[in-house]
Design a protein around this ligand. Structure first.
Ligand code: HEC
Ligand code: HEC
Ligand code: HEC
Ligand code: HEC
Ligand code: HEC
Ligand code: HEC
Ligand code: HEC
Ligand code: HEC
Length: 453
């Protein structure tokens, strides 16, 4: 009986919008330019306030894609409406003044992690301390493109900031288009909170299943310098995901998503974030890591000086191993990590350290100029050695992709070492400093932004 009642309510659920939409005073001129496809009826009589029904009604006309996404989300099913997320307080700097002409309820377009934290406090707290949320401050500590102005502002806005995030600037409800729109992982919001939850859960579905799939991470984790998604694709895990993933259960409630039952091989989320065995789910992706394999010289996360992690690598390694043990034996798992750790040592000792020593000697001899980085050929070579080839070798070995470990990794490292050695010898023989190039498209702002607390 109770279920029947709920079902009836549910069916009733999407009633009124089309009627409401007709009666609301919509700005119909815009909508009438294209022949509108027929509207689905959304029935929204449940406990949604009249104000909130107004948003849905009008926006079903204005941006039906948004309303359709929302309607199919868990939020809509739980009566979480547009207003619950977009509501703005009187002190919010990003209140949309323009929008007051459509509706008297003040709203803002940004829905920051702080806004989500009202209902999802633990995800927001874990996320806030992650490297994802804090990446802007971190990269400004170490990055030569930014600190030496080696690229331009527009190159940063359309490149770096899309993945890392922008510092959103808004004045009188008007957004600075160089900083907005943006959904990078470390976006700094006008309310001071850091990050953007829709980096992985895109609006307005905010779906769990989307974030559990590798494509969600692969938007940023790809390319010559961090090809994690390509690495995943070529691993056995990825091959099996592509062959049969369509039939796996992506919507299991958090904490109940079970290896062997809901899925047969792990995705990024399984190894790095989801709850598996007695390893708790986390929104802090630094957990479960035993190395900083993106760094020039691989170190433990707690020893990474620009952003020392508050973790003990032994415990984090154990967590990662427990994930594997859901599907593999102890020996299989230990064997994998023994080889991966050996790859880290091989990279550090046989490639990075000796090449860094050679290049450092040139700086001492003033044959290379260290006032700026990335404006001499050898500096670019040295950068690619660790940032491209060196990362690929380490990531390939960490995540079971032999083509990346060898052909895109160690093979390329060998070649790069020869090129560096040849260049070094030439400079020493000539006894003249290397050519310093005027880098095209440089001159980006080098003032360190204020990152708040
Ligand atoms: C009478 C129609 C109407 C109502 C009611 C209405 N809106 Fe809007 N809303 C609009 C229009 C028109 C725009 C501008 C669309 C555009 O720029 O293409 C807009 C824009 C927005 C934006 C984007 C603002 C930006 O700066 O990009 C958000 C978010 C939004 N509305 C949320 C809401 C919420 C929440 C409610 C309910 C409190 C609501 N709207 C009620 C018509 C309406
Ligand atoms: C769970 C929270 C949530 C709910 C519910 C929600 N929104 Fe949003 N909305 C967001 C987020 C997040 C963004 C992206 C802005 C950002 O990155 O901060 C957004 C962006 C928007 C935008 C501007 C983006 C664009 O593509 O133009 C509009 C318009 C909008 N929402 C309208 C609505 C309407 C209408 C509803 C109800 C049908 C709604 N929202 C419900 C969180 C929400
Ligand atoms: C007013 C409360 C509220 C706000 C604000 C809110 N949520 Fe939710 N959210 C919920 C509730 C309740 C559920 C659970 C719905 C259910 O289980 O049926 C949920 C579920 C989710 C889920 C799981 C969806 C799924 O497919 O199972 C995600 C992801 C999520 N929210 C993300 C967000 C993000 C990101 C924001 C901010 C942009 C946000 N939420 C803002 C209440 C809220
Ligand atoms: C396609 C998305 C994307 C773009 C574009 C991008 N990055 Fe990144 N960046 C990443 C990812 C993902 C990582 C993490 C690498 C890892 O840990 O494997 C990263 C790592 C870094 C790091 C290393 C951080 C650390 O913890 O050591 C720096 C510095 C950095 N990026 C700066 C930049 C700058 C500056 C730009 C633009 C000139 C840029 N990135 C462009 C996605 C991107
Ligand atoms: C780096 C990608 C990423 C970002 C950014 C992200 N999430 Fe998630 N989120 C995930 C993944 C993956 C899962 C699924 C974890 C699992 O399988 O248990 C998830 C699960 C969730 C769930 C369901 C968990 C539950 O116990 O109900 C909620 C709610 C949620 N996220 C909210 C948020 C909020 C709020 C933010 C911003 C503060 C956020 N997420 C940012 C990837 C992300
Ligand atoms: C919008 C872009 C974006 C998305 C989407 C994204 N990441 Fe990241 N990720 C980054 C950037 C940027 C960094 C580098 C942060 C830094 O070191 O400054 C990073 C770093 C990481 C790290 C390294 C953390 C550390 O401590 O070294 C892991 C692991 C990671 N991401 C996993 C994931 C997973 C898993 C997903 C999907 C569920 C995901 N990311 C989705 C941009 C993204
Ligand atoms: C089978 C489990 C597994 C899968 C699947 C997986 N990873 Fe990993 N990942 C690892 C392991 C193990 C490491 C190395 C951990 C360590 O530091 O000891 C790693 C390292 C990383 C790093 C480097 C972190 C750093 O800065 O040193 C990033 C970033 C990352 N993974 C992202 C991803 C993304 C994105 C995906 C999906 C496209 C993915 N991973 C899929 C297990 C996995
Ligand atoms: C959800 C189950 C599951 C989890 C979790 C899992 N794997 Fe696997 N893994 C598989 C399956 C299935 C295969 C394919 C076995 C085969 O080749 O017949 C596989 C294959 C492998 C292979 C063989 C790759 C090759 O090309 O020969 C390695 C190595 C591996 N996994 C390591 C790991 C490690 C390390 C972890 C944890 C970080 C892990 N796996 C987590 C299911 C899993």
């Amino acid at each position: 009986m109770e279920t029947l009642k709920k079902y009836a309510l549910f069916v009733l659920a999407w009633v009124f919008v089309s009627t409401l939409a007709m009666t609301t005073n919509v700005r119909a001129e815009q909508a009438s330019q294209m022949p509108p496809p027929p509207l689905k009826e959304y029935r929204i009589v449940r406990s949604i306030s009249e104000e909130a029904q107004g948003c849905i009604a009008c926006h079903a006309e204005q941006n039906r894609g948004i309303v359709a996404d929302w309607a199919s989300s868990r939020h809509a099913h739980a009566n979480i409406s547009c207003l619950d997320c977009h509501i703005a307080g009187p002190a919010d700097p990003d209140i949309s003044k323009e929008h007051l002409q459509y509706d008297k309820t003040p709203i803002s377009v940004i829905v920051s992690p702080k806004d989500c934290s009202r209902c999802h406090p633990s995800e927001a707290a874990q996320y806030a301390k992650s490297k994802h949320a804090n990446t802007l401050e971190l990269i400004w500590k170490i990055d030569p493109w930014l600190n030496h102005g080696m690229n331009s502002d527009i190159e940063r806005q359309t490149g770096c900031n899309h993945c890392h995030g922008s510092i959103v600037k808004v004045e009188n409800g008007k957004f600075d288009s160089s900083t907005w729109p943006n959904v990078g992982v470390g976006r700094i919001n006008p309310d001071g909170s850091k990050g953007s939850c829709s980096s992985c859960h895109t609006r307005h579905k905010f779906s769990l299943s989307e974030a559990r799939k590798p494509e969600a991470c692969g938007q940023c984790h790809l390319g010559p310098d961090h090809p994690q998604v390509e690495i995943f694709d070529e691993s056995k895990h990825g091959a099996i995901y592509h062959a049969e993933g369509d039939n796996w259960n992506w919507n299991a409630a958090p904490g109940t998503w079970t290896p062997g039952v809901d899925y047969r091989t792990p995705t990024c989320s399984v190894c790095h974030m989801s709850a598996v065995n007695d390893v708790a789910a986390t929104h802090d992706v630094t957990e479960r890591l035993a190395w900083e394999t993106q760094a020039p010289l691989t170190v433990r996360p707690s020893e990474f000086k620009p952003w020392p992690a508050q973790t003990d690598w032994r415990k984090e390694r154990q967590k990662m191993e427990k994930v594997c043990l859901a599907c593999h034996s102890q020996k299989w798992t230990k064997g994998h990590f023994t080889r991966f750790d050996a790859v880290v040592v091989n990279y550090n000792d046989n490639y990075f350290k000796p090449m860094k020593k050679l290049v450092d000697e040139l700086y001492e001899k003033k044959l290379l100029d260290n006032s700026k980085n990335l404006d001499e050929k050898l500096e670019i070579d040295m950068y690619e050695l660790w940032h491209h080839e060196g990362r690929r070798a380490r990531f390939g070995a960490a995540m079971m992709a032999p083509d990346y470990a060898w052909w895109h990794g160690f093979y390329e490292l060998k070649k790069k070492c020869m090129e560096i050695q040849e260049e070094v010898e030439k400079l020493i023989r000539a006894g003249k400093p290397a050519t310093v190039f005027k880098v095209n498209g440089s001159g980006g702002d080098t003032t360190k932004p204020d990152f708040g607390k």
